[in-house]
Design a protein around this ligand. Structure first.
Ligand code: FAD
Length: 559
């Protein structure tokens, strides 16, 4: 096989060799958004970068969030003005660098009797937010009367509604944000592998000199040497810290948040809605494709980190709050089509409840040289990365005198985000239309095209070229584009199995679980043409996908 890309699952052995054969400036443990962001920042400033992830990229919290690139409205409640300013600015930058993936969406904030928000305080709060977060003129908040609100959302509870505020949030696909960041990092030379857990630290005279790891897919132990080791393992940060030294002082506090997905027919709302729960918290109901996802909860968590469980109490909490705001809608546990649970790596603060704890990130320094980073938000990943790489570069400057290079990622489009027309973002639609014109003669459905466009942005060209070649053989547009997508996913996005593909490359397991059932055999057969799987591995693939489907759709009586 010709060398195609440095982020290809088919080039695992070469990447592993590269990881073993040099001493890196920086080695990152953890391939969520924090690790991916650090990899891109460091590689683009000229550092040699290695990254290992024990599951798939983004398989931790970074594929289990509310999938919003926030302006940080909630932080105002805790008077964290600086944070609101920073994330507001960041939201704009992340949007600019991946306009196909980070998309503005109207958010309605209903004001209800006995709710946590009053009309006046909401109006002032959002005014302050618009100012601090640097919100664009056309996205500034608008206050609506009760009648105006019902005009927009007739299903809201008329008995308790007093009015609403309309503002903007940005929707994303969190796992793809990780993948596109990783892809860009590798285009700058970063070397990264998924399915490689950290096993132990290597020391040289009590200072960290690298790690021992294990390639789970090829069953190979290996070592990676590095001048600096960064622990970016999110909820697992304290576990890794404790492999180096006893965790003292500040530590993580893990809370769980779940989301449920229902069909849009069950809750036909027109906008994303951010609304009150009886306990003073707030949750979202967000339209996505033909579904609505609702979340999230915030409860202390002590169970399994890889697959946090969802309880019926978690689900009831979300359903009760939804039924309170939309009393005419008959939504029950049987309507849940899929669900996910994620863990927040918060920084523990004595005496505070989960919702009261700050979402700020924290950096921990160990005498061995280990640098750990946790907390924060998806939205703020670029700034977190900048802070870490500034520290690493200063350390390297004092050890080997290399020059300090300033962070560049503000102006680096993520992979797939190479549109030339920012800030005229409406041109995104024109761009998509022109791409559709290129492919419509194959008979591809608009929905399949849209899915591909918003997943791959400017990388869609590579998929289209491949799809045309396949189409000439199979004469079936849906199949040709699906096969081309799988090819791209394996060769350019380090996809190694069906769950990577259906969950973190395409979100189909969350938003089209029934389609996964229909497509799984075709996708499986196509995967088999790329990998030499023995009988045991074939069985494992099928078993893992069924397990994941079961986990995600656990509340459906029959899938
Ligand atoms: P993770 O994504 O968990 O990544 C850490 C990685 O380290 C994992 O992939 C894990 O497999 C890997 N790892 C662990 N141990 C090892 C090891 N031994 N060897 C190798 N790798 C290892 N933020 C927003 O901005 N917007 C939102 O809408 C939003 N909603 C949220 C909703 C919920 C329910 C939750 C829980 C969080 C939400 N957040 C949101 C916060 C955001 O999702 C997190 O801050 C962010 O994803 C954390 O990323 P991370 O890379 O630090 O951690």
């Amino acid at each position: 096989m010709n060398k195609i890309h440095q982020f290809s699952q088919l080039e695992r052995a070469e990447i592993r060799k590269d990881l073993q054969n040099q001493e890196f400036d920086i080695l990152i443990i953890g391939g969520g958004i924090t690790g991916a962001g650090i990899a891109l920042d460091a590689a683009s400033r000229g550092l040699s970068v290695a990254l290992v992830e024990k599951q798939d990229f983004g398989a931790g919290t970074s594929s289990r969030s509310t999938k919003l690139v926030h302006g940080g409205l909630r932080y105002l409640e805790n008077f964290e003005f600086k944070l609101v300013h920073e994330v507001g600015k960041e939201r704009e930058i992340v949007h600019k660098n991946a306009p196909h993936l980070v998309i503005p969406t109207k958010m309605l904030l209903p004001i209800v009797k006995n709710g946590s928000l009053g009309k006046f305080t909401t109006s002032i709060g959002l005014l302050v937010y618009d100012f601090l977060a640097g919100v664009k003129k056309n996205e500034k908040r608008r206050m609506l009367s009760k009648a105006q609100t019902l005009n927009k959302e007739p299903l809201l509870n008329k008995k308790i509604l007093k009015g609403s505020a309309l503002y903007y949030e940005y929707k994303t696909d969190d796992a793809r944000l990780v993948i596109e960041t990783m892809k860009k990092a590798t285009s700058y030379g970063a070397k990264a592998l998924n399915y490689c857990p950290f096993k132990a630290f290597i020391y040289n005279d009590k200072k960290l000199a690298g790690i021992k790891t294990f390639d789970l897919l090829d069953s190979k132990d290996f070592e990676i040497k590095a001048k600096t080791v960064i622990n970016a393992t999110g909820p697992w940060v304290d576990q890794i810290r404790s492999s180096d030294a006893a965790v003292k002082g500040k530590r993580l506090h893990i809370t769980k948040g779940i989301h449920i997905v229902i069909d849009r027919k069950k809750l036909p709302i027109n906008n994303a809605i951010y609304f009150d729960v009886h306990d003073g918290r707030m949750i979202f109901a967000i339209p996505k494709k033909n579904k609505i996802y609702i979340g999230t909860t915030d409860t202390n968590y002590k169970g399994n980190f890889e697959n946090p469980e969802i309880t019926k109490d978690d689900v009831r909490y979300l359903l009760d709050a939804t039924k309170n705001l939309f009393p005419g809608m008959n939504i029950s546990i049987d309507d849940i089509e899929s669900s996910w649970a994620g863990l927040r790596p918060l920084i523990h603060e004595d005496g505070k409840s989960p919702s009261e704890m700050s979402r700020k990130d924290e950096i921990f320094f160990a005498p061995s040289g280990l640098i750990s980073i946790a907390g924060g938000k998806l939205t703020g990943y670029r700034k977190m990365a900048e802070r870490i790489v500034d520290i690493v570069l200063k350390q390297l400057r004092s050890s080997d005198g290399r020059p300090f290079v300033k962070c560049k990622t503000e102006n680096i489009p993520l992979s797939g985000g190479d549109f030339k027309f920012y800030p005229e973002i409406l041109k995104l639609v024109d761009y998509a239309d022109s791409k559709y014109d290129e492919v419509k003669q194959t008979g591809i459905s608009i929905q399949q095209f849209k899915n591909l466009f918003y997943r791959y942005g400017t990388n869609l060209d590579t998929i289209i070229n491949k799809a045309f070649v396949i189409f000439n053989e199979v004469k079936d547009a849906e199949l040709a584009f699906l096969k081309a997508e799988i090819w791209y996913s394996i060769q350019f996005e380090m996809t190694s199995n069906l769950v990577d593909f259906f969950l973190r490359r395409t979100e189909m397991l969350y938003f089209e679980p029934r389609k996964v059932d229909q497509l799984k055999q075709i996708v499986f057969d196509e995967f088999k043409t790329y990998f030499t799987w023995n009988k045991e591995m074939v069985e494992k693939q099928i078993e893992e996908l069924s397990l994941e489907l079961k986990r995600i759709t656990q509340f459906i009586p029959t899938v």
